[in-house]
Design a protein around this ligand. Structure first.
Ligand code: GUN
Length: 285
């Protein structure tokens, strides 16, 4: 039977540490601001953005919300990014993805100054993650690393299998596990014998975007199972990529959805924004 990894509690601890450091900076006259940009009215994005603003208030950051209409042009969005790049009160810029189809996401990500790119999506920051020389954490994978650390399970030398190869989660997840000396396999839609590969995993991270995709035949007895999925079912219920009820008996540790990876992503975003402010003010990390 699995032990449940409590992402809510672990994220609260991370945010409380960020809050303490933020208060110490405030005492030195340094305040921290995060700009959150949302274009259009994707309901999931709205929820994420509200949660990010709420987290800013919890840790003592200022948050500046820019809610732009669905028909915003790329030029208009790039003009806003340029303004935020130049704004001294803004330490971090987060443009919520996905963007409407008339806007090229790559062009927008590339326009954010790397030192304000608290999502760590800019190619400069992605490259730094690749070589292991990074200040900004890729938020979701970094949150997963904290959850794994909380179990006390050592990563070094272990079989780590990531399902999904997105730029936001799968690829950077593989890199962070590799930096900790895991033996990493990244699986995707063309992977042969997926269940067999997953069953090798001491640490299994599911980031596929398909409800209940991971079934017990894919889980090794006692494995750490981390569920990055956030799938909305027809009945409105939120559901992960892992069939939680079915895998619970077999896993050693498992994350719930909600209350697992989700809150960690936001906590790590707060940590990155703090890091940006520290770097700007010449404070040791
Ligand atoms: N959309 C889904 N996840 C994320 C994220 O971590 N950052 C941004 N900017 N957009 C997202």
């Amino acid at each position: 039977m699995a032990a449940v990894i409590d992402g809510k509690a672990i994220s609260a601890k991370v945010k409380s540490e960020v809050r303490q450091e933020t208060e110490a900076l405030k005492a030195k006259g340094i305040s921290i601001g995060l700009a959150v940009v949302i274009v259009g009215d994707n309901p999931a994005s709205r929820v994420y953005v509200n949660n990010k603003k709420k987290a800013c208030a919890e840790v003592g950051f200022e948050s500046f919300e820019y809610a732009l209409p669905e028909e915003t042009t790329q030029e208009e969005l790039l003009a806003l990014v340029d303004k935020l790049n130049k704004d001294d009160t803004v330490n971090g810029i987060l443009v919520q993805l996905p963007l409407p189809k008339q806007i090229d996401e790559k062009a927008v990500i590339n326009a954010i100054l790397p030192e304000k790119d608290v999502d760590a999506f800019h190619p400069v920051n992605v490259g730094k993650i690749m070589i292991g020389d990074f200040a900004f954490l890729p938020c979701t994978p970094a949150g997963v690393m904290e959850l794994i650390a909380s179990t006390g399970v050592e990563i070094s030398g272990k079989e780590c299998v990531v399902i999904g190869r997105s730029n936001i989660v799968g690829k950077p997840m593989g890199m962070l596990l590799l930096h900790k000396n895991g033996t990493v396999t990244i699986c995707h839609s063309k992977t042969k014998n997926l269940a067999e590969v997953c069953r090798r995993a001491d640490i299994l991270v599911a980031a596929v975007g398909r409800a209940n995709f991971v079934t017990p035949d894919m889980v090794k007895e006692g494995a750490v199972v981390i569920d990055v999925g956030m799938n909305r079912l027809e009945n409105g219920k939120l559901c992960g990529d892992v069939d939680y009820a079915a895998c619970f008996e077999k896993a050693g540790y498992i994350t719930p959805v909600p209350g697992g990876v989700g809150p960690m992503t936001i906590a790590m975003l707060m940590k990155n924004t703090l890091t940006s402010a520290k770097i700007k003010n010449g404070i040791a990390l």
